[in-house]
Write a protein that binds this ligand. Sequence first.
Ligand code: SER
Length: 598
Amino acid sequence: MTSEDIRQRFLDFFEQRGHKIIPSASLVPSDYGDNGTLFTTAGMQPLIPYLLGKPHPAGTRIADVQKCLRTIDIDDVGDNRHNTFFEMLGNWSLGDYFKKESIPWSFDFLTNKEYGLGLDPARFYVTVFAGTKEIPRDEGSIKIWQEVFTKYDLTNKVAGEDEMFKDGVRIIPLGVDDNFWIAGDTGPCGGDTEIFYDTQPEKGAPIGKFNNLVESFRLIEVWNNVFMEFNKTPEGKYEPLAAKNVDTGMGLERTTAVVNGQDNIFATDLFAPILSEIKQQVANFDEKASRIVADHVRTAVFMIADGVVPSNTDRGYILRRIIRRAVRFADQMQADTEVARKVAEVVIEKYKKVYPELEKNRDKILAELNKEEEKFRKTLAQGLKEFEKNQDPFDLYQTFGFPIELTEELAKERGLTIDRQKFDEQMAKHQEISKAGSEQKFKGGLAGHSDQTVKYHTATHLLHSALRQVLGKDVGQKGSNITDERLRFDFAYPTKLTDKEKAEVEKIVNDNISADLLVCRIELTKDEAEKTGALHFFGEKYGDNVSIYYIGDGIEDAVSKEFCGGPHVENTGALGRFKITKEEATSAGVRRIKAILE
Ligand code: SER
């Protein structure tokens, strides 16, 4: 059965049971409730206001296929079942039906040969919510499952607290970590029942601990039914919802694999054409690397279609990392240039019928991918030059953001080995310093920390670097003072600035603001810090470990880098327009600039 059939069967099944079909919402959450996630991570997310009680225009029964994105498992992509973008099939009751309809429907759809997926009923096992001190065990779901299993002539015993399969156990109660669902930290939530499929029935009925059977990939979760009864408040209280809801989610990738007897999602038709294109684009095909490329390019295509572009902030930054990771793994297989674009063409072809936004944004998607790939290749080339000079993996990591795996690859290609142990030790030390540093991150530098003073602080760094650019490297900071209303910056320079010089300085600062550059902080030992060329002043006494703020892609070609305790904004885009309001002398050889952000 193809993925197209599965989507259609799912929607038809629920339409026939009174559900209205709604289109997928964007991957970029809009006004549908802010639970702190950058992307739509679950089918329920766009429905949060309705799950909290707002009437939905389509009524109280809804079904959909929702685009979702989770990067939490990005390092596991390449195994049999993890991916970043995925589609979730879901049916929803907004204060309408509850467990006794939802559970039997799920089982009917999974097993019915005529209108469902036709899977063998005997291969299913379920978990239910075991409860907490305050919330009782979900006896309702247990009873309904027992009735369903009896109807299909299956064993239906409930496991004890040992969570063991034995003697006909088919229902496993599990606690909050496994069977209580919430998106993010607050919002609608409740206990759930998860449906697992046995991938190795030839081994006989499962025996042993539930979690071991999941970890060994014998049991695979295909569908989750959440019974939402609470709203978790920011204070951590569980308030009962006015109306009880059902939120179900079935991952299309896994389901397609299971239905077709495949043991991994990359074997399904959702990925097969993408992988065969990758095969054509590379000289040294590698299974795992190609899966990563396929997953990441597919994700990037959907992100760009929903309006995300590569940048150094939030969503754009995640997209940038995903594209760069794809290119890196493609290059490990010796890919052709424009590999992301070529693979993306196949993704668009495969998905455009279901998601017309892909075709609509085709040119933009391909152009953004090409642009980012090219940019990354330039960084790589620059880093490679450096690599030929200096193979210290930690330097390469710090300065060029070279992942250790990449440095190892480069070394291997040249018949060199790198000292991985030394890198790991340096990395651990670095992380410790960063941690210690971040705990005292607000100590240095500024008196007040209102949003506005923080902005002026970052603007001061940009001003300083612009002055050095326009007036020369001898411009040295002599003093700085910031209030909520303005910044004041004193610097060594012999003569009055001309109007042209002032305009130039303003332009450089404003260009750096428009470029929405990332403001980054690293902690280094004093010696390491000095090597970066970061500015420091006043013959100040610095401790053994110092904090540096740099503005831009990497510390090497940062627009500004200074020893500084912060705090700063995260992105220069937050600053607004920079304007010099006054330029005057304070003493012989020292000039003072006052400037505002509009
Ligand atoms: N919200 C639940 C999940 O994502 C069911 O849709 O698993």
